[in-house]
Structures are given as C-alpha cells and as structure tokens.
Ligand binder design. Sequence first.
Ligand SMILES: Cc1cc2nc3c(=O)[nH]c(=O)nc-3n(C[C@H](O)[C@H](O)[C@H](O)COP(=O)(O)O)c2cc1C
Length: 335
Amino acid sequence: MKDVLDNARKLMKGYCRVCPVCDGRACAGEVPGMGGLGTASAFKANLEALGARRFNMRLVHEVKEPDTATTLLGKTLSMPVLAAPIGGVSFNMGGKVSEEEYIHSIVHGCLAKGTLGCTGDGVPDFIHQSGFDAIRAAGGLGIPFVKPWEDQELFDKLEKAQATGADIIGMDIDAAGLVTLRKMGRPVSPKSVAELKKIRAAVSGKFILKGVMTVEDALLAAEAGVDAIVVSNHGGRVLDFAPGAAEVLPKIASAVKGKMAILADGGVRSGGDVLKLLALGADAVMIGRPFSMAAVGGLKEGVELYLDKIMVELTQCMVLTGTESVAAVDPGILL
Ligand SMILES: Cc1cc2nc3c(=O)[nH]c(=O)nc-3n(C[C@H](O)[C@H](O)[C@H](O)COP(=O)(O)O)c2cc1C
C-alpha cells in the first residue's frame, strides 16, 4: 500500500497531495481537484464527526472470528464497504491514468474482493460512458450513479445505465447545486416528491438516492419509494458548512431504519470508521477519495490492497468491541 500511495503522490501532483490523513486541510477549496468546496468546512466536518466518537473496548466475550459479510439490496457483500462514485479523472486527479483505466480498476477491484464499485457522472460524457462500460464488462456488477439532470436527459441516462446490466441504479441529488453544469448548458436541479416518484418508476431494479442530510428529505425519499439513501454531503464538495454525515446519521436512521437501506459516506478512512457508521445506523458505508488514490497509484491491484487493509481493520475493531456480525452492530459499542 505504501508503494501504491507513493506512486499516487507522483501521478496526482498538483491535484492531490496524498496526505498521511486525507482530511481536506491541504486541498481546501480545490474543486475541481480533490478538495472540499470553499473553506472545506463540510469535508473536514465529516472527519471531525467520526473522530469525535470513541469505542468501548470489550474483550470478555467469545467473538474471535467476526462475520463481515452482509446483504445489501439483494447483493451479498464480503463487507459493507463500497467504492463511492467518483469521476472526472482528468480535471480532478491530473489525468495520468485514463478515465477508463481508473473506473475499470474501481469496479473490477471491488468485485474481486466481493463488494461493489460505484461509477460517477458529469461533463464530458466519457465520464459516465467509461463507468457504464466498466459495469457492462463486469456483467452488471457495479452501481452507476447519474446526476439529477433536467428533463429527458435524466431518463435517457437512466435507460443507458440499466442497459449495462446493473440492477441497482443511483442518483446523486445533491449535485443539484452544480451551477457550472447549468452554465455548460447541461442543467441539474432538485426534484420534488412527484418527480422522484417518476424517476423511481423509470428504474426497474433498485434505486438509491444519494445526498440525503436531513430527516425531512429522508422521509420524503421514503414517500417517493426509493430503496436506499446515502447520507452524504458529497465529500464536502457541494455546500460549504454542511454538517458531517456522522453528525446527522443517527437521527435519519431512527426515522427511516427498516423502511429502506441506509448507506453513509464522508471521511471514512479506516475499518474503525466503517464500524462507527454502522453503529450510528448505517447498513453499509461508501469510501471516496482513498479509493481514488489507490486506483491511480495501483490500478486494480491498488484497489484490492486497499480493501484488504479495510477488511483487516474492520475485523480487528469488531473483535475489540465484541461485535459478532456487521448485520447487527450494537450502538453501545460507542461511548
Ligand atoms: C473528485 C470527486 C468526484 C466526485 N464525483 C462524484 C460523482 O460523479 N457522483 C457522485 O455521486 N459523487 C461524487 N463524488 C462524491 C463521492 O461519491 C463521495 O460522496 C465522497 O467522496 C465521500 O467522501 P470521502 O471522499 O471523504 O470518502 C465525488 C467526489 C470527489 C472527491
């Protein structure tokens, strides 16, 4: 992993410093790039909210080989960790690897380790096209995310996403604030419940809504019939001073747990962070930037090595908190 990160540091020069802790400080305001928007307060809040939580260490029990496997939206995963949708390798990461190589490494690296990679969307079109190609080549085993385009563009893209063979499709509704896309003549926008219902109906498989940060939006998503939400502030890239995902997750989980699957992302940097989000109410967790560094620095092998590292850390934290299975994490493992 050290070699992978050293290589990423060289290849991402000028776009990502591959810091010892990826916390949004060095790259504040670098959007495009790998940073958080504005002061990067929302990026940092993700790490601060996770960092503020502590584990209760418990060693008098019989959990020796905890079970990290789980089922999410009908798919069995080796652990509840997915690669978050990230695109735009040329303008966010420096373009030393191609969009195709990058997203192929994410989707196929995750698959090799028994989990799923998500793909992103944006302008130019080769961002989503590369993602769709990688998922098609994986027999549909990946999750394509599309942006909340206005009008027919959204429905055309949902159809193309389904043609990859994927039976889980996502939309990052929080991209609605990207005024740059509107300026490029490709407007995105928030959606009403009625619009969400139409979008939901256009997807024959499962549908994930990403970018839910309030109980109100979570309840409206449930009303629209989505199968899952991602509690996410988009890695702090859309609204400066949004709270951290771990801050709002417990309230959202208590409002909609059982009605839909709950995913969360933002600032997850270790297996311990994964376990914290599960204890706060998530069914599964997404990780963003660290996967980008692993993929740029080591392609598919880098992604696999990164997942191995997360798996070891998660298992270790489960033993040390007496957590038998990721499917039933006791909130009491946190102080
Ligand atoms: C460079 C970059 C590009 C991104 N592109 C997308 C995208 O196309 N679609 C999407 O849903 N989220 C996108 N995201 C947000 C991630 O999916 C995820 O929510 C975020 O990175 C999680 O935070 P973390 O990087 O701290 O783990 C992007 C994030 C970054 C850093």
